[in-house]
Write a protein that binds this ligand. Sequence first.
Ligand SMILES: Nc1ncnc2c1ncn2[C@@H]1O[C@H](COP(=O)(O)OP(=O)(O)O)[C@@H](O)[C@H]1O
Ligand SMILES: [Mg+2]
Length: 959
Amino acid sequence: VATSARLDDPVPDLLERGDDLAALVARLAQARNGSGGVVLVRGAAGIGKTRLVSALRGWAREEGVVSLQARAGRLEQDFPFGCVRQLLEPVLRPGAPGREELLAGDARLAEPAFGVPGTADAAADAGFGTLHGLYWLTVNLAERGPLLLTVDDAHWADAASLRFIAYLARRLEGVPALVVLTVRSSEASADGTLAAIAAEPTTQTLDPAPLSEGAVATLLGAALGADAEPALVRACHGATGGNPFLVRELIEEVRRGASAVDPSAIDALGPDGVAAAVESRLDAIGAGALPLARAVAVLGDGATLARTAALASLPPDEAGRLSDALVGAGVLRTGRPLDFVHPIVGNAVASRMGPAERERWHRRAAEQLAAEGASPDLVALHLLATEPAGRDEVVDGLLAAGLSARGRGAPEAAVRFLERALAEPPGPGARATVLSELGRAAAALGDPRAHDWLRAAVEADGDAEHRMEAARSLAMALVYAGGADEVLAVCERVGAAVSGGGELGRRLDRWLVGVAAVSPATRAAAGAGAARNLAAARAGDRLAPGLLASAALEVVLTGGTAEESAGLARRAVADGLLDESDPDSVEPASAFVALVLAERHDELETLIRRIQEIVRSEGDTRAYAATLAFRAWGRHRAGRLADVQADIDLHPVLPVPGVADLLLAAVHVQVLVDTGRLDEAAAVATMIEGLALDPELTIVQRMTEAVAALRLAQGEPRRALEATGRAAAWEAAMGVAGGGLWSPWRLQAAEAHIALGEPERAVRLAEDQLTQARAFGASAAVGAAQRVLGLARGGGNGIATLEEAVATLGASGSPLEHARALVDLGVRRRRAGRPGDARAPLADGLSLARRCGAAALEERALDELVAAGARPRQRPRNDLESLTPSELRVAQMAARGLSNKQIAQSLYVTVKTVETHLWRTYGKLDISSRAQLSSRIAADPAEPVTDATAPTGSAPADG
Ligand SMILES: Nc1ncnc2c1ncn2[C@@H]1O[C@H](COP(=O)(O)OP(=O)(O)O)[C@@H](O)[C@H]1O
Ligand SMILES: [Mg+2]
């Protein structure tokens, strides 16, 4: 607690804070009841933020709330996870009670933040996994009992710690933990992460007010031992603006200077006066006081007495004596490590050094710490404060710190260190390494500057292997960012450098085969290699797992079968696709795509789960986002709309959206269309169309598909045809036989033509699609084509085709398509004057649509049922069928005996989300315990599609 030791007690130091403290206490009480959140205490330096929060901590401790704290410092801003470490290390010290339980489950992923290096693989991008781990660590901790986490001066907190707090802030609902941050109002809005934290709905802000004249009078009276003159009080209040820190400084000056107080002299002592006042106090103590104070200012958090003495070139005894004197003068606080009574005082000392002087101190501090064997990050903090001078030791120090920061899941800090290393500048030997590491760290953040740095690394002098790896990183960053053209140019240049042949040439060729499906341009460049690779796979050659994955995708593109494609993907996985773990490879993504298109939904889920575990432990935000997007796409095709929504909510937001965001957004648009939220769908589509992505990219076809679906739902067939026209052009440019499987544009175009009254064209398109789908042999694709063909044909013939579609889709794993076909069949039967025959498919379609969460289709089915003379039941009550897919899944896991936390971890959602799902499930099933849930699920293990209609007497049901 920052109390000036010179103010003899009892000087009250918590005046006029009753309301603020009560508000904090109330928020803490809410948190204890499970509504966690964040409070930002904002205000000018010295207004009393730290004091207020320390009062809350005292209160919390008495109430048995575990209270952990950190204090950020200006110097430590670049120390990755510095604040998180201060907060959590006390409970994680080796031997701390319950340490193992805290680190159980996903919390283990937090370890890199505490200096336990992540994977040995220095190339692993870092970030997301650590945050996720820290989140679970916090949840585990809060499970022991309510928790108060405070970070003082959070405007100086390192970026990685702030990212964690922001991540936590979004997930505190349902966790009995309160996070309190103090922030200088002048700096709060400057930092994007703090602004994001402030914008969270569960975040509150508190702005302690300046002290009144009355409070100033109380302070003066207590300090001077007598009531102060009203004129003095007024002058004091005026000069300080009621800022308690300044009031105290003023009192200190008054006490030191004069026995008779002269109010008119006081006006001079505003915030600027503090620096002068501090200096005069140092002068009064004598030689040595100034260097000691400067050493404390330079060392920041790590100012042990021994270090400070050495840096100030003072004998330890002398340093000890001087530090006591500085405590007596109200400059330093009591205790170790050495620290100022308030950051304002520290600033005053630091700001009195000229830039050259300050940099000399930091350079010496770096040397001293390096000699001591301090951590590379700590040394690097001081190196950051020095001027570039082309020194190799500085480059080495910063490079080491950059690698360590990345290994810890703090790519922002790595970028800072490495940017500074680049500015030094490095000698020719280290330049390529600095550039490529800098580029990779930036790429992991989705920072577009990564491209320039990696380009420079490719061009830099260095050995061929190094350039080749930089080129792969660059190419991958470009693929993620959606710039396919340059990928080829890069590969060409490097290809020339490695002059074909050799191990490096093979690596490059393999990379090219991997991107053969990325765009027409990459396909033109790599198609021959991809064909050779597929031939080798078909011949049963021993191929690297990644090449098998590429072959699996090539099968789809070149008109092979779903069976073969899935088989190759499966072989790739069995042979260790995931063990190859290479952040710069697209091969795993090829396996995902193959499984989606081959409709192997369960296999896709398993594969994605396994790969997510890997990319999360490596902290690769880009790759994790990509896995979420692919899974969402697969789930949408499997009709699991509610689960897709969960994926969208979990998606980590990258600073610059790339292809993964595009894919996810495209799926999002489709889900919004399916759920009848057309305005929202249109808004997302507009946003994504604004992204500067190469329109030829294969992945952009997902967006085209989504836009076409949106236009059809909006009743705008002509605009739908614009979109399908783009998809057709893409297919022609790719020159592939299996394009229709990739994008069902023919069916969408057919639906548009039906709406426009052009059934012949619709029939032709649907027939084409049916032929392709049959050849491929994926039943949902076949059924979807049959459905549209049935609609296009019309009449009795059309009804027969729709019946085929229903039969095909009933056996496919695609309930949403199935539901569509059922409803369409019902509609056509009713219009053909067969309402009795219409009701059964309509009822089944209704029930399935409900299951999928496809509100738009559900509504249509309901209307049609009524029109067909049925009196549909209300949403079924008390019935497993009334559960959404996610509710059902959570319920099934709970019934199997998994705890809410285990369920949350395995579904990557918060405990609160699981609780909400279960709570709704209990409500729908009208039960109140897990035991009841288990027996209900056990009694009804299948997923029956019951007839949801109660036929009226006038229109008897048949069939
Ligand atoms: N409400 C108060 N009444 C009296 N003194 C206070 C009050 N709040 C703070 N102080 C004193 O003012 C000084 C600055 O307060 P501090 O909490 O460190 O400010 P901040 O954290 O906002 O910069 C400290 O010495 C503190 O004890
Ligand atoms: Mg403070």
